[in-house]
Design a protein around this ligand. Structure first.
Ligand code: NDP
Length: 313
């Protein structure tokens, strides 16, 4: 990066600020990075790297060229009605899909091999017979066949699971059964033994996993949500877990984060809570991606992928 005039505003929660800013300053010494309280006159800021910026805040910077949201989800930025009309560019990093697929395979196998029940039996010093199906007898349905969903599909297939997927637009070239749109959702769900959510949170997907949706899964199905909490109606999932229709849930993302200490998910015997760690936006990889984005824009190009504001992802 050769442009000294580049000033990047970093709007980050306190606990992440030093982690990102220290790495950015070390890896991209030609650029200047500012936390909001240290920012120079608003006119000097040309790029913003943000997580949940206060609504209306980014509109104060008239010379912004691009907004770079932390992580793969962008709903926390698009929720701002006064968002400046500049490209919102996704911070795709090479190892994000790898890490996510590791998480999905790990928890799909935990569900398959009944790890929660085995651990509960161990806690009681109980020697018990656990008979589990082979992965080849189990269908994993993936909601969302984007960068993460297609990568996870490959890993799940390699382990032996039967895989199927659902997306907004048809995927005719998929090498597994692929369903698209609301009209094909019941057919997709009807054979899912394990359901994985890798959907973005948008107005279309908010609250998608509700009582009716859950009732269409095979009895005893399990759920892995590694995308966003707002996709699930929590009270409906709790009811399905309590009735036994859903046998188990692994949840990495929640409508409110951190998950409040009083939330029933923490102590539910059929729920595994992970603290939004399925994949991670590592500072070094983010800095490298930021460099590519800025160099592309400064030399007159358009980096991809740019978020489509109409679809919300
Ligand atoms: P992509 O944009 O590459 O893919 C999104 C997929 O969802 C696409 O297949 C898209 O369909 C599908 N989709 C979107 N809206 C709908 C809808 N209304 N109905 C059906 N399908 C829909 O996203 P990524 O794969 O990169 O990431 C997915 C999500 O994972 C992120 O938005 C983020 O929320 C979450 N995430 C979570 C992390 C964690 O650590 N927990 C880390 C990283 C990401 P189509 O192909 O037709 O466009």
């Amino acid at each position: 990066m050769t442009h000294r005039a580049i000033s990047i505003l970093c709007v980050l929660p306190d606990q992440w600020r030093d982690y990102y800013l220290d790495t950015f300053r070390e890896r991209l010494p030609q650029a200047r990075f500012f936390a909001p309280e240290d920012a120079p006159v608003p006119e000097d800021i040309t790029y913003a790297f943000v997580l949940q910026p206060p609504h209306g805040y980014l509109a104060r910077f008239p010379n912004l060229k691009a907004i770079m949201p932390v992580g793969a989800g962008v709903e926390h930025v698009l929720a701002d009605d006064a968002l400046p009309d500049v490209p919102v560019i996704r911070m795709i990093q090479p190892d994000m899909a790898q890490r996510m697929s590791e998480y999905i395979v790990q928890h799909a196998l935990n569900h398959l091999r009944r790890l929660r029940q085995i651990q509960a039996a161990q806690a009681r010093s109980e020697w018990k017979l656990f008979v589990c199906p082979a992965a080849t007898e189990v269908t994993v349905g993936i909601l969302g066949l984007g960068r993460l969903g297609t990568h996870a599909a490959g890993y799940l297939s390699a382990v032996g699971f039967r895989v199927r997927g659902w997306s907004r637009t048809p995927k005719p070239d998929c090498d597994f059964p692929a369903f698209a749109g609301r009209s094909e959702l019941p057919a997709f769900l009807s054979e899912c033994d394990v359901l994985v959510s890798l959907l973005p949170l948008t107005p279309d997907t908010s609250g998608l996993i509700d009582q009716n949706f859950l009732s269409l899964l095979t009895p005893g199905a399990s759920i892995i949500n590694a995308s966003r909490g707002g996709i699930i109606r929590d009270e409906d999932l709790m009811a399905s877990l309590n009735s036994g229709h859903i046998s188990e849930a692994t949840l990495d993302a929640f409508a409110i984060e951190p998950l409040p200490a009083s939330h029933p998910y923490w102590s539910h015997p059929k729920v595994t809570v992970t603290p939004h760690c399925a994949s991670a936006a590592l500072a070094e990889a983010v800095a490298d991606r930021m460099q590519v984005i800025i160099e592309t824009i400064e030399s007159g190009g358009t980096p991809s992928p740019v978020v489509d504001r109409a679809s919300g992802y």
